[in-house]
Write a protein that binds this ligand. Structure first.
Ligand code: DAH
Length: 349
C-alpha cells in the first residue's frame, strides 16, 4: 500500500517536471496523453487498487484524484503560458518596423509655365475677369482681318505665319480670342472682361530667345467710359503682384494695328530696382507686354458700336515672364521636358 502511494507521488513529480520542461503545445499534449490518458501510468496504478484493503482503497483513490487534479491544473497553466508565448512570437515576427525607410514615391508638379499662367489667371480672376480659351487652328479672319490686319497689311509680316490653307492657319497670337469674345458678348449682362491664355505659333528658327511655339496671355476689357488710366492701373497691379510690391511701370508709345493709341509696357527692373544691371541691360526697365486702347475698327468688325463702347487690350508672353522671373537663359528649356530643369520649380506650399 505504501508502495502505491509512493508510486503515485513519484509519478506526480515526474509528470510535473515534464510539464514544466515542455517547450511547445505539441510536447505538452504528448505529456498529457502520456500521464492522464487511458493507457497512462496513473490509470495503471488505479487499476491495481483492487488488491488493496477496503480501508486503504478510498485513501489511495483520493490521493490519486488529487494528483490527477494537480497535474491537470499544471497542464492548463502551462498551456496558457505556451499559447501566450506563441502569440507573442507571432506578433514579434509580423510586426511592422516603422523605422525602415519607405519606398520613394516621385511626386510631379505643374510645368513652370503652367504655374506662371495659373498665377496670372488667379490675379485677373480676382479682379473680375473671365478666362476664355480659343482655338489654336484659327481662321485668317479672326487672327488677322478682324484684328484690323487686312490681307495686304504690311504688319502681317511682323508675324511669320504657318498657313494650313489660304484661310486657315496656326494662330500667331492670342488676339483672335478678342474678336471671338466680342462677337458673342451681350452687354446687357455687364461689361466684357476677359483674359485668354494659350499656345501661339510663328515660323521662327528656334534659338535661345525664339521658339516656333510659345505662349501668350491676351487681356481685354470693353465697357462704357474705359480709359487709358484703367489700363495703366490694371497693369500696375499685375506688375507688382508678379514682380514685387516695389515695382513701377512705364508706358512707351508703340504701334499695333488693333489698338490706338498703342503702348509698350516696361516694369522697373526687379533685380537691380532700376539702377541698371544685366537683366535690364542697364536701362533699369524691362519690357513685359504690349497694350493699348482697342481700335474702333476692331470694335465695329465685331459688331460693337464704337461710339458707345470702348476699352483696352493687352498681350503678354508668359515664357518671357518666367525667363525674367527665374533667370532662365534659353526658352527651349521649357519645351525639352528635362526633369532636371522642370523639378527646380516646385509649387510653393
Ligand atoms: N498680339 C500682339 C503680339 O502678338 C500682342 C498684343 C499687343 C496684344 C497689344 C494686345 C495688344 O492685345 O493690345 O505681338
Amino acid at each position: 500500500m505504501m508502495d502505491l502511494k509512493a508510486k503515485i507521488e513519484s509519478l506526480k513529480e515526474e509528470a510535473l517536471a515534464k510539464v514544466a520542461a515542455s517547450e511547445n503545445l505539441d510536447v505538452l499534449n504528448q505529456v498529457r496523453v502520456a500521464y492522464l490518458g487511458k493507457k497512462g501510468p496513473l490509470t495503471e496504478v488505479l487499476r491495481g487498487m483492487k488488491d488493496l484493503s477496503a480501508e486503504e482503497r478510498p485513501k489511495v483513490g483520493a490521493l490519486a484524484n488529487v494528483v490527477r487534479d494537480e497535474i491537470t491544473t499544471m497542464l492548463e497553466e502551462k498551456k496558457t503560458t505556451l499559447e501566450m508565448k506563441k502569440i507573442n512570437e507571432a506578433l514579434a515576427n509580423e510586426a511592422i518596423d516603422v523605422t525602415l525607410p519607405g519606398s520613394y514615391v516621385s511626386v510631379g508638379q505643374p510645368h513652370v509655365l503652367t504655374q506662371i499662367i495659373e498665377e496670372i489667371e488667379d490675379l485677373f480672376i480676382g479682379m473680375g475677369y473671365e478666362v476664355i480659351e480659343g482655338p489654336e487652328v484659327e481662321e485668317d479672319r479672326y487672327n488677322f482681318e478682324m484684328m484690323n490686319l487686312p490681307k495686304d497689311h504690311p504688319a502681317r509680316d511682323m508675324q511669320d505665319t504657318f498657313y494650313i490653307t489660304e484661310e486657315i492657319l496656326l494662330r500667331t497670337h492670342t488676339s483672335p480670342v478678342q474678336a471671338r469674345t466680342m462677337e458673342k458678348h451681350d452687354f446687357t449682362k455687364g461689361p466684357l472682361k476677359m483674359i485668354s491664355p494659350g499656345r501661339v505659333y510663328r515660323r521662327d528658327s528656334d534659338d535661345a530667345t525664339h521658339s516656333h511655339q510659345f505662349h501668350q496671355i491676351e487681356g481685354l476689357v470693353i465697357d462704357k467710359n474705359i480709359t487709358m488710366s484703367d489700363l495703366k492701373g490694371t497693369l500696375e497691379v499685375f506688375a507688382k503682384q508678379l514682380f514685387g510690391a516695389d515695382r513701377e511701370i512705364r508706358l512707351r508709345p508703340s504701334y499695333f494695328p488693333f489698338t490706338e493709341p498703342s503702348v509698350e509696357v516696361d516694369v522697373s527692373c526687379f533685380k537691380c530696382g532700376g539702377a541698371g544691371c544685366n537683366v535690364c541691360k542697364h536701362t533699369g526697365w524691362i519690357e513685359i507686354l504690349g497694350a493699348g486702347v482697342v481700335h474702333p475698327n476692331v470694335l465695329e468688325m465685331a459688331g460693337i458700336d464704337s461710339s458707345v463702347y470702348g476699352g483696352f487690350a493687352f498681350g503678354m508672353g508668359p515664357d518671357r515672364v518666367a525667363m525674367l522671373k527665374y533667370g532662365i537663359d534659353d526658352i527651349r528649356h521649357f519645351y525639352q521636358n528635362d526633369v532636371r530643369f522642370l523639378n527646380q520649380f516646385k509649387v510653393k506650399e
